[in-house]
Design a protein around this ligand. Structure first.
Ligand code: C5P
Length: 240
């Protein structure tokens, strides 16, 4: 658990099938801190599907990674706030004005609806990109420097946090201090298959490094008994 006694696991429900998503959430919902729905689920099922699967759960991370002109992103964020996410995200590479517009839109729409404002966090550099990829799109590497540069920019734009790999937690904390919420995928319990994740940490290691939320998908959703897998990871964290 986190120092404040919260279950930090956000289970990634990566399926286009609403029945499968509902079933997974029903089975693991009580053993995790929240659920993450991303582009795969959203593009198949839309806002109604999100409402259906997420209703009754405390924390929804709506992982739709907005990246467009500020006015369009602000509109998307206003619409997303109606789904009551705890966290939503944008690409930091969309720039300062876009991030500020996202943050203000979240604030305004939450106030209008009388609901809690979602945390607005930024994706810095996709972990699927290496130093050569970063150069090929005209960004200045190495990757960790670009991650830290964008994390600072996100913080300066008033964003609440960033999505980062476990190995970026320490450099970001050193550069940006303790205030940013760090949402961390690339997590594998000891002994679990890595799948397509290359550099991973265990849940306890990532928490010890300073993660606030751990995004965990296949180690839970691909397990023969997802509920047991979620309980096992939660129990491991409770002991750490
Ligand atoms: O199944 P697994 O635990 O690898 O799922 C991780 C989740 O986190 C997936 O939904 C994936 O899209 C997401 N993610 C990631 N790496 C990033 C950003 C998001 O794995 N850098």
């Amino acid at each position: 658990m986190t120092p404040d006694g919260r279950n930090p696991i956000l289970v990634a429900i990566d399926t286009p099938d609403p029945g499968h998503a509902r079933d997974l959430v029903r089975r693991v919902g009580d053993s995790v801190g929240g659920i993450k729905l991303g582009l795969e689920f959203f593009n198949a099922n839309g806002p109604a599907g999100v409402r259906d699967v997420a209703s009754g759960h405390d924390n929804l991370f709506l992982d739709l990674k907005y990246h467009d002109i500020p006015n369009t992103v602000a509109g998307a964020v206003r619409a997303a706030v109606q789904l009551r996410p705890t966290i939503l995200n944008v690409h930091a590479a969309g720039g300062a004005a876009m991030m500020e517009a996202a943050r203000h839109a979240a604030e305004d729409e939450a106030a209008r609806l009388g609901v809690r404002r979602p945390l607005v966090i930024a994706v810095t550099v996709l972990t699927s990109l290496d130093d050569a990829d970063i150069g090929s799109v005209g960004q200045k590497g190495p990757a960790t420097e670009q991650v830290v540069r964008l994390a600072r920019l996100a913080r300066d734009c008033g964003l609440d946090g960033v999505v980062c790999s476990p190995f970026e937690i320490v450099p970001i904390r050193e550069a940006c201090g303790p205030g940013l919420t760090l949402v961390v995928p690339g997590i594998r319990p000891a002994g679990a298959a890595k799948d397509d994740q290359k550099r991973v940490m265990t849940p306890a290691e990532a928490l010890a490094a300073g993660a606030d939320w751990l995004v965990i998908g296949r180690p839970i959703t691909g397990a023969p008994d997802p509920a047991a897998a979620a309980r096992r990871i939660s129990a491991e964290l409770a002991e750490s």
